[in-house]
Design a protein around this ligand. Structure first.
Ligand code: UD1
Ligand code: MG
Length: 465
């Protein structure tokens, strides 16, 4: 941000603000049963991203405008921001009409009114501050402009001698206007003492018969007030209307999150192959190898390594632990310091204590694995009996031989051994050896007799019958 912008931001400090977040659109172009603002990028709904930016921008009252049939949108708004007011736009008659659905909030007054679209999740808090800065500077309306290689159907900012005079929607634009490179980002700031006067003068004489918020610019000019455009980069304001734009926004958000992780001291060997969530927390000197996916709710502490092709979700990885390659950590997986979880190991709702290891082909669910225990290849905690889940408790320093099934509820004592291939159905005391497998029998010469006493290794000579 420029020094000038910093100054403006400081000047907004004492001003009150109302942010009106529009989330009542149908999102027809998404071709989905899910309301548009409830689609997700980086693990969070578009609406939650937007409300997060509003919160970070500072003390604003927030009004969220939702559609009449969108209880789920209202619930998401309340969960993301419990102190936000919600208003229902009973008929969808355009963006200005939607803002006026929050009339009671507007009437309570604020120095600055910010109108923010629920489908613009990449907006940065500092840009909201810049919009408010323009109001502090004397503008009655401030809008965001951006340039795009593919300006598609965005509204265009019409300027005369460098001054913003109106915004024309694509559907209503002439060929010449469609050629304008500066697009409307949609978000807008309105001077609180003028907002209702401006919004109430907006009509719907346009191709769609809608009340366009964009007309606030022309109306302000008619009233002899100043409208101003602030140019920002496209990734920040490009609205999401289609699934392809949703994917573009995901890509832009991932780029930001990877950069932020690296800035904080995380090593991403191939950043473009690592997928993060908004709430992913990676400590210093964490190394993430290529092709790793982080779902929501993951923390990885300092010095841990997440190796290729691992998938983590709702998991906590302790310092200097090693996860993967090909590991799956599901919700409730908690790995303490120095734990090793290796290839084709799945952990769910389980505490793996300091230094314990499960390196190959294992399922650990609803369990505790004590400090320093070694869980051999192919071990399965049989946690589900078809009706309920049960717990497995594996003592510290114990050794679970390969290919064992631990049928929960069951407890393996500290320092105990379980012989390979056991099916353990009863508790094992500390320091004991438990064997739960068929005893081996050996029949000398049996195979030779089967082959008619011919030496082993000669093929196709075994007589049948
Ligand atoms: C809008 C702008 C366009 C700009 C583009 C940027 C208008 C008239 N046009 O177009 O100039 O280039 O954003 O992304 O403002 N909504 C309601 N109620 C309604 C209509 C919309 O709540 O009746 C909400 C939607 O949920 C959405 C936001 O307003 O969050 C914007 O609506 P949308 O239909 O996406 O507008 P665009 O056609 O993208
Ligand atoms: Mg849009």
């Amino acid at each position: 941000m420029t020094g000038k912008a910093d100054e403006r931001r400081l000047r907004t400090g004492g001003r009150t603000c109302l942010a009106v977040v529009l989330a009542a659109g149908e999102g027809t172009r998404m071709r989905s049963q899910t309301p548009k603002v409830l689609h997700t990028i980086a693990g969070q709904t578009l609406l939650r991203h937007v409300l997060g930016a509003v919160r970070s921008a500072g003390q604003a009252r927030v009004a969220v405008v939702v559609g009449p049939d969108h209880a789920a949108v209202e619930a998401e708004a309340r969960s993301a921001m419990p102190d936000a007011d919600t208003f229902v736009q009973t008929e969808r008659r355009g963006t200005a009409h939607a803002v006026l659905a929050a009339r009671p909030a507007l009437a309570r007054g604020a120095d600055d009114i910010l109108v923010i679209f629920g489908d613009t999740p990449l907006i940065r808090p500092q840009t909201l501050a810049e919009l408010r800065g323009a109001l502090a500077d004397g503008a009655a309306v401030a809008v965001l402009g951006f340039r795009s290689a593919d300006p598609a159907a965005y509204g265009r900012l019409v300027t005369e001698r460098g001054r913003l005079v109106r915004i024309v929607e694509f559907a209503d634009a002439s060929e010449q206007e469609r050629g304008i490179g500066l697009c409307n980002g949609g978000l807008m700031a309105l001077a609180g003492d003028r907002a209702l006067a401006i919004l109430d003068r907006i009509g719907n004489a346009n191709r769609k018969g809608e009340f366009y918020l964009t007309d606030a610019v022309a109306v302000a000019r008619e009233l002899g007030l100043e409208a101003r455009a602030i140019e920002v980069t496209e990734d920040e304001v490009s609205g999401i209307n289609t699934k392809a734009q949703l994917a573009d926004a995901e890509a832009a958000m991932q780029k930001r999150l990877r950069q932020a992780a690296m800035d904080a001291g995380v090593t991403l060997v191939a950043p473009e192959t690592v997928f993060l969530c908004d709430d992913t927390r990676l400590g210093k000197d964490v190394t993430v190898e290529p092709y790793v996916v982080f779902g929501t709710g993951v923390t990885v502490e300092d010095g841990a390594t997440v190796r290729s092709f691992s998938h983590l979700h709702g998991a906590h990885v302790g310092p200097r632990a090693i996860v993967g390659p090909f590991a799956r950590l599901r919700p409730g997986a908690r790995l303490e310091e120095g734990v090793h979880i290796g290839n084709f190991v799945e952990v769910k709702e389980a505490l793996i204590e300091k230094g314990a290891k499960a390196n190959h082909l294992t399922y650990i669910g609803d369990a505790r694995v004590g400090e320093g225990a070694n869980v051999g290849a192919g071990t399965i905690t049989c946690n589900y009996d078809g009706a309920a889940k049960h717990r497995t408790d594996i003592g510290r320093g114990s050794f679970i031989g390969s290919n064992s099934s631990l049928v929960a509820p069951v407890k393996i004592g500290d320092g105990a051994y379980v012989g390979s291939g056991s099916v353990i159905t009863a508790d094992v005391p500390a320091d004991a050896l438990a064997l739960g497998r068929g005893r081996q029998t050996v029949k000398e010469g049996w195979a030779g007799r089967l082959r008619g006493s011919k030496p082993a290794g000669k093929k196709n000579e075994v007589k049948s019958g």
